[in-house]
Design a protein around this ligand. Structure first.
Ligand SMILES: NC(=O)c1ccc[n+]([C@@H]2O[C@H](COP(=O)([O-])OP(=O)(O)OC[C@H]3O[C@@H](n4cnc5c(N)ncnc54)[C@H](OP(=O)(O)O)[C@@H]3O)[C@@H](O)[C@H]2O)c1
Length: 338
């Protein structure tokens, strides 16, 4: 085991778009496991949009990260020390904590990983929280039916890619919205969406009209802002809007003026928010659905892996501007399974 831990701490709360100076690289002593805990050496750290909310200090459904603390994050790694009889050194697990190389975590919260079943990194992406978010949002709220039109924003991303592929498996016509020509090509050619639209291109509304001649039945909302404004008036009667996230607004200093929600009544729309962590008890249900589809290649995925914890702040700032292409992960240390 290395002598010291490496960590990224929250140095100060960002004002608008985060900058490198909001983060601080630090080293500290290795964590000591209590009885019933293990120390995990991180291999992959997941970077996710929700972290922007945690470092803002605004109280919401989860406790914010305080200034001076290690930033929250999910980690896949290898057991370096164990004080729990169920775990041996060298075993692979999901459930490490934070932007750091080593973490001491309760063994009860770990998920054992078998690299023969799926690459271990997928426990943070297509088979982890983002994939499950897509599954829950579509199963519980979107409920696409064969022949309906589903629009997914941030379509090449961790959540959007899975949401669109599941909707297609349900027989829907699926249109993805993504941030450049390469991402659009990936969404339509590799993931098999019926059409893809670049939201940075001109006249998103006209492009949606062309791609969705029968209007939109389900909108899987990942970005908010201008994309939401273009999609919203094109929702059909009894349309469903899966309110998953609005990343384009996470760095706003002031809340934007709200939409005119009169059409929600007029069109009997269903707009519902959800938080995937409320549905933790359904992880086995999600795994049973998704793992065979990922193994057979019916659900494809793409990872954007950045090497080195010291690059996490820059990668995270990039995520908030669309620089990532696929599920964003930090490689904390070498992956013994690849
Ligand atoms: N409700 C829940 O429980 C839950 C759980 C997980 C995630 N989420 C939400 O799901 C959404 C997607 O998360 P993810 O993990 O899959 O991330 P991701 O899509 O892998 O990465 C974020 C993507 O957002 C897009 N983006 C960033 N800034 C944007 C802007 N200003 N305007 C439009 N698009 C922008 C970029 O894609 P383009 O370049 O294609 O625009 C970027 O690649 C986020 O809103 C997140 O908060 C919600």
């Amino acid at each position: 085991m290395a002598e010291r831990n490496a960590q990224v701490l929250l140095k100060r709360r960002p004002n608008g778009m985060p900058v490198a100076e909001d983060f601080q690289l630090a080293d500290g002593p290795l964590p000591e496991p209590d009885e019933g805990e293990v120390v995990l050496r991180g291999i992959y750290l997941s970077l996710d949009p929700y972290m922007r909310g945690r470092i803002s200090g605004v109280r919401s459904y989860a406790r914010p990260t305080e200034v001076g603390e290690v930033i929250e994050g999910r980690v896949v790694g290898q057991v370096a020390r164990s004080r729990d009889p169920a775990w041996r050194e060298g075993e692979l697990a999901a459930g490490g904590y934070g932007w750091q190389l080593y973490s001491a975590v309760p063994a009860a919260g770990l998920q054992r990983l078998d690299p023969a079943q799926a690459p271990i990194s997928t426990a943070l992406g297509v088979l982890g929280m983002p994939g499950m978010t897509a599954y829950i949002g579509l199963s519980d709220i979107g409920q696409p039916k064969a022949g309906e039109t589903v629009v997914v924003s941030a379509a090449s991303g961790a959540v959007g890619a899975v949401a669109g592929q599941i909707a297609r498996l349900k027989g829907a016509r699926v249109v993805g919205i993504a941030g450049d020509a390469d991402k659009c090509r990936y969404v339509s050619e590799e993931l098999g969406f019926d059409a893809a639209i670049d939201h940075r291109g001109s006249d998103l509304g006209a492009a949606l009209d062309r791609a969705c001649p029968n209007g939109i039945d389900v909108y899987f909302e990942n970005v908010g802002g201008a994309v939401q404004q273009a999609v919203f008036p094109r929702l059909n009667d009894f349309g469903r809007m899966v309110m998953c996230g609005m990343i384009s607004e996470y760095n706003d200093r002031e809340p934007r003026p709200g939409p005119n929600l009169g059409a929600v009544v007029r069109k009997r729309l269903k707009i519902q928010g959800f938080i995937v962590s409320d549905q933790r008890h359904r992880q086995a249900e999600f795994g049973a659905f998704a793992a065979p589809l990922v193994r057979s290649g019916q659900i494809k995925y793409r990872e954007d892996i950045v090497a080195g914890l010291e690059n996490a702040p820059e990668a995270f700032i990039g995520l908030l501007q669309g620089h990532n292409f696929g599920k964003l992960l930090i490689r904390l240390s070498s992956d013994p399974t690849r």
